[in-house]
Design a binder for this molecule. Structure first.
Ligand code: NAD
Length: 311
């Protein structure tokens, strides 16, 4: 495993990060004993960055991860979030932020969170996030309950704007840098890099689209993107390449991203994804994928308040 420093923080993140959305059942029912083995396998193999949120499984992911990490908390860099609590339930106010951090500490069975992220900020009031949410997290930071402060969301322009104005430590983007979409570098990377702000890239499998199993029923991507994903998966399989390995490898090649967060549920997925570290994509195959996805290049979906959405 390789480790990369997150922006100007003193956090060293494993290049592959463990996304805990599936631990909340967001990708279907899970075998909890197997998921627990996956968490321990990941730590044993050097995957030390874990990302969860109260929203994943409506607190179930945090509860489960907290239990699974008991006795091994000191081995990992732990990230969770505030602000999003259900599909349409958001609260970025100071009072809710303070309560949320305390609730997460309890569920995660820890006395500190290494990275706290304002979750899907495009659903909130942008000025509230800049002037209330992030400053409240900075106050909490002084108590030692959280070590670093960041933001996440789908639209890139609001992430770039808020990252700079609120002077956060990290921006977490998802579904903007993988085999299907590449516009992370158009809107966000140059801005955060210039400011020394950390960058985490999530969903290298485009939230399941780039797997043989395909997208979960709730997936918001346009059908044309899901079809392009199926075509890429079929192409890779025809070449004898395991799709998740090729897809994760592509995202891992990003030169500024500190960690690529991939959601995992089983030891097999952990073992398979670790193979991405040594995989090299044949250049001709990448060219063929590029041609295949060109018609849907950088096609995303609307997310959040109209004034905050890019699509
Ligand atoms: P992903 O692209 O990582 O895909 C996850 C899906 O792929 C799951 O169904 C998983 O079981 C499956 N998978 C993983 N490895 C596989 C393999 N080797 N073979 C076959 N299937 C495999 O999507 P994600 O989990 O949504 O994103 C990663 C993480 O990033 C999340 O868990 C979460 O922690 C974080 N994230 C944050 C935000 C945000 O803050 N707004 C948004 C998206 C993701």
């Amino acid at each position: 495993m390789t480790y990369r420093r997150l922006g100007r923080t003193d956090l060293q993140l494993s290049a592959i990060g463990f996304g805990a959305a599936p631990l909340g059942g967001e990708y279907g029912t899970l075998d909890q004993a197997e998921a627990e083995r996956a968490v321990h396998k990941a730590i044993d193999e050097g995957i030390t960055f874990f990302d969860t949120a109260p929203y994943y499984g409506r607190t179930a992911s945090e509860e489960r991860l907290g239990r699974m990490l008991e006795g091994r908390r000191y081995r990992v860099v732990l990230a969770t979030k505030i602000g999003r609590y259900d599909k349409a339930s958001f609260d970025f106010s100071a009072g809710r932020v303070r309560a949320s951090v305390d609730e997460s500490l309890r569920r995660l069975r820890t006395d500190h969170i290494d990275l706290i992220t304002a979750h899907d900020i495009e659903f909130g009031d942008r000025e509230q996030v800049v002037h209330e949410t992030i400053p409240t997290l900075r106050e909490i930071q002084k108590t030692g309950k959280v070590r670093y402060v960041g933001i996440s969301g789908l639209p890139l322009r609001i992430l770039a704007d808020v990252a700079v104005r609120a002077k956060v430590d990290n921006a977490l983007s998802y579904c903007h840098y993988n085999l299907l979409l590449r516009d992370l570098d158009t809107y966000l990377t140059p801005v955060v890099k210039e400011q020394g702000i950390g960058l985490i890239n999530a969903s290298p499998l485009h939230m399941g689209v780039l797997t043989a199993q395909g997208a979960p029923p709730w997936h918001p991507a346009p059908d044309s993107v899901k079809q392009a994903g199926r075509d890429v998966v079929n192409l890779l399989e025809r070449h004898g390449v395991y799709p998740a390995i090729a897809a994760l490898r592509f995202s891992l090649n990003h030169p500024y991203v500190s960690s690529t967060l991939v959601g995992m549920l089983s030891t097999l997925e952990v073992e398979t994804n670790l193979k991405a570290l040594d995989f090299e994509m044949p250049p001709d195959l990448l060219k063929e994928i590029d041609t295949m996805v060109a018609p849907v290049k950088d096609l995303t979906w609307p997310s959040g308040r109209p004034e905050n959405s890019d699509a």
